[in-house]
Design a protein around this ligand. Structure first.
Ligand code: ADP
Ligand code: ZN
Length: 446
């Protein structure tokens, strides 16, 4: 069947780079198996830790006869990357390494990965396939406001944009005034940054009287690198009139461009011809069928520098059972609203910050800026949520402000079942971020 027959919208024909997204399923599975077998052989030969663990389990590369046999293989975790720091897990000699990248270290000491040129090309292909899926084309001007350098956000989107033929503006993060000026002057149509940094750009714009709808040509936001909710997406779209696309990735697996959402928004399509996904039960470590929620695990089928076999991401999601109406055969996963490391246990109740975000943003007057503060007290832990509300609310009388506070409290209480202290604060009073934002201050951890 011709590729164009799969197009989801006649006005947005499928970009040639998207061809593997539509591979017939049997062909895709056969390709995945072939790549997996080659990868396991390579890791067994070249990565001492993998060989040791496979030997301990009595598993040899030739035991991988079907994709299901992946469950015979040992897992890899962030701690392995730390223990083997900096490049003990590399499967290529230094002469073949083209570039190192490091993770941002959200959950501790950063880890280092070693990429060959082949890996950089695969990574670029992932970001190109994402951008093409969003409808971005060579006539778009792409501002890359993710940080450049060791963090994969900036360089990842930069290569993707260039590969697609966009005019790329490599601003990196920071210097918000200049970002806004260039966005306006160069007629930027797409921006890539963390959702929290885009909120900051909106803020600074508002202070200068900039109306994104009126003063900017911006149509697409490419947001990722941190959890953000559907409620946040709607808020951003509402404030600026742009379409907010979701892009997912992690340094250990390549960087942004492991998955992204198509215009049908059925979830994020995973480029599974390169990044083979599994969902496991985080307690029993058993694989779960598509449709069930658990921890996302990836195997980098084509990576040569530092391949990952069954890498446990700690991100929680589920794989789709149904095919997306866009015709792509690669599976989707639900948007990542939580990573298991983010889970807070308050008064014995499990709470994810994303649940609080959804609750807060369900109240119209609430701005998308908040902070969750947990403090120990003699009797019980205290949870306070500080949240910004519109300037108009602040000029209202005390009684209406108190009413608003009660509404925010009920929204949060309904979703998480706890009774936190809600403090309404003035616009621009909470910290903003240039990269990944830290919204939780858990002072109970010493
Ligand atoms: P880390 O933050 O672990 O130091 P990275 O900078 O590589 O390392 O970030 C990868 C992590 O960022 C992912 O495992 C995931 O938790 C989060 N992330 C990336 N993209 C998204 C997204 N679109 N939605 C939610 N979370 C995301
Ligand atoms: Zn789709």
């Amino acid at each position: 069947m011709a590729l164009f027959e799969y197009a989801y919208d006649v006005n947005t024909p499928v970009h040639p780079v998207s061809a593997p997204d539509y591979m017939p399923v049997e062909q895709l599975r056969a390709l995945q198996l072939h790549r997996l077998q080659q990868l396991v052989q390579r890791c067994y030969e070249k990565v001492p830790l993998t060989r040791k663990r496979m030997d301990e389990r009595g598993v040899r590369p030739e035991h991988i006869k079907t994709l299901k046999d992946i469950k015979l293989l040992p897992f890899m975790m962030k701690s392995d990357l730390r223990d083997e720091y900096p490049i003990g897990l590399a499967a290529s000699p230094i002469s073949e390494i083209a570039r190192f990248q490091c993770s941002s270290g959200t959950t501790g000491k950063p880890i280092c990965v070693a990429n060959t040129w082949n890996d950089i090309r695969v990574w670029q292909e992932g970001t190109m396939r994402c951008l093409a899926m969003y409808g971005i084309r060579s006539n778009d001007v792409l501002q890359v406001s993710y940080g450049y350098g060791l963090f994969t956000g900036g360089l990842g989107l930069h290569y993707g944009g260039e590969g697609l033929g966009c005019a790329v503006l490599p601003t990196s993060a920071g210097n918000t005034d200049r970002q806004l000026m260039l966005m306006h002057d160069l007629g930027v149509t797409a921006i890539a940054c963390t959702p929290s940094y885009f909120l900051r750009l909106i803020d600074e714009g508002q202070k200068k009287g900039i109306d994104f709808r009126r003063d900017m040509k911006l149509k697409h936001g490419i947001f990722g690198a941190e959890p953000w909710t559907q409620a946040m997406r709607e808020k951003i779209e509402d404030l600026t009139g742009i379409t907010a696309h979701d892009i997912y990735g992690l340094t250990e697996i390549s960087g942004p461009g492991v998955a992204g959402d198509c215009p049908h928004r059925t979830g994020l399509h995973i480029f599974e011809d390169h990044f083979y996904p599994e969902i496991i039960d985080p307690d029993t470590l058993e694989p779960l069928p598509d449709g069930e929620e658990g921890e996302l695990v990836f195997t980098t089928l084509t990576r040569t520098g530092m391949p990952m076999l069954r890498y446990r991401t700690r991100d929680l999601t589920r794989l789709s059972v149904n095919r997306c109406p866009c015709g792509r055969t690669i599976r989707t996963m639900d948007r990542i609203n939580a990573r298991s490391d983010d889970m807070l246990i308050v008064h014995g109740v499990n709470v994810f910050p994303s649940q609080i975000e959804t609750a807060l943003l369900s109240v119209h007057e609430v701005q998308p800026h908040y902070q969750i503060i947990l403090t120990p007290t003699e009797t019980m832990d205290k949870m306070e949520i500080k949240v910004e509300v519109t300037a108009e609310c602040f000029s209202d009388d005390i009684k209406s402000l108190e009413n608003l506070r009660k509404r925010v409290f009920s929204a949060v209480n309904r979703i998480i079942g706890l009774s936190p202290t809600i403090t309404l604060v003035e616009p621009y009073s909470l910290p903003r971020s240039e990269g990944k934002i830290k919204r939780v201050m858990d002072l109970r951890k010493r």
